[in-house]
Design a protein around this ligand. Structure first.
Ligand code: SF4
Length: 293
């Protein structure tokens, strides 16, 4: 079978950094309890690497993290997720002088600073993104008066009429979503302070995926990633929007691929992957498909 992998694949810089930090801490402190507040990244296999290294992950939201921190042991090491953490959690850590290591991606750390420095300079703060994603909930906790906007609630932008508005973005939103919001704001708002920050790592992947999908007709397209990964879902969505083809599937690993009946009948497969998907999973899927005669 002909298999084409969209490059780059494997971890992006932010995910790589977070995982390296966790493993480095484990190697330096083999006997200490280490706990990560939330999944360090949005990929089950990457998080399994942590559990294989005896690093605990606390699932849930801020309330779960704060409850956990109330009883944290004195010599326990806390790691904060690559996707960021809320102001409430940061305050709890600093008020109680709890030692922690921050695995936040530097790109998000800079967005956090920009929000912190500018949120008071507008009547309304708009954040373009998924309201349920931890990156969104963490970043908007550093300001106030936020509206989280996406394609589903553009009508809410009517509230911005004649107002000064700050415009912030989740790192993995599409340019299309950002432009839809900006267009509405141009019509309504008095002034827009545009702080758009979309990370280039997922953008490179979906541009290449969409270009390849338009250039050549593949029998099947796989997006390899977790269904909790924003940029895996974005790859899927952008492929559909751009190519209008319904031959694209989100798979988390080789087992998902094997479950698809059409796979063995296919002659050509295109594979793209999320920034939190280990390259080993992509290689395993690719090798399996290449061996199908
Ligand atoms: S996709 Fe970009 S913002 Fe997200 S973790 Fe990777 S480098 Fe950071």
């Amino acid at each position: 079978m002909f298999v084409n992998i969209i490059k780059p694949y494997g971890f992006c810089g932010g995910v790589n950094r977070a995982l390296k930090l966790a493993i480095l801490l484990r190697n330096k402190r083999p006997d200490r309890k280490i706990t990560c507040l939330g999944p360090i990244v949005h990929n089950e296999d990457a998080n399994k690497l942590l559990s294989d290294n005896k690093i605990n992950i606390i699932d849930g939201n801020d309330d779960n993290f704060i409850n956990y921190l109330k009883n944290v042991k004195k010599d326990e090491i806390i790691i904060l997720s690559a996707h960021g953490h809320s102001k409430k959690v940061e305050k709890m850590l600093s008020d109680n002088k709890i030692k922690f290591y921050d695995a936040i991606c530097p790109f998000l750390r800079d967005t956090k600073k920009i929000i912190d420095n500018n949120y008071k300079k507008a009547d309304i703060n708009i954040f373009v993104g998924n309201p349920l994603h931890v990156e969104t909930t963490s970043l908007i906790s550093y300001g106030d008066n936020f509206m989280v906007i996406n394609e589903d609630n553009l009508y809410d932008l009517g509230k911005c009429e004649n107002k000064t508005v700050n415009l912030f973005t989740q790192s993995t939103v599409s340019n299309l979503s950002y432009l839809m919001v900006k267009e509405q704001l141009v019509l309504n708002a008095k002034k827009i302070n545009d702080f758009r920050r979309i990370c280039g790592e997922p953008v490179r992947r979906f541009n290449k995926l969409c270009n390849e999908g338009l250039k050549r007709m593949y029998d099947i397209v796989f997006i390899v990633g977790s269904n909790t990964s924003s940029n895996a879902k974005l790859l899927l969505k952008m492929y559909y929007i751009t190519t209008k083809q319904d031959n694209c599937y989100l798979v988390s690993d080789i087992n998902d691929v094997k479950k698809l009946l059409d796979v063995k009948k296919s002659k050509s497969v295109l594979i793209a992957s999320a920034t939190s998907t280990p390259s080993t999973i992509v290689d395993e899927i690719s090798n399996y498909l290449k061996d199908i005669k």
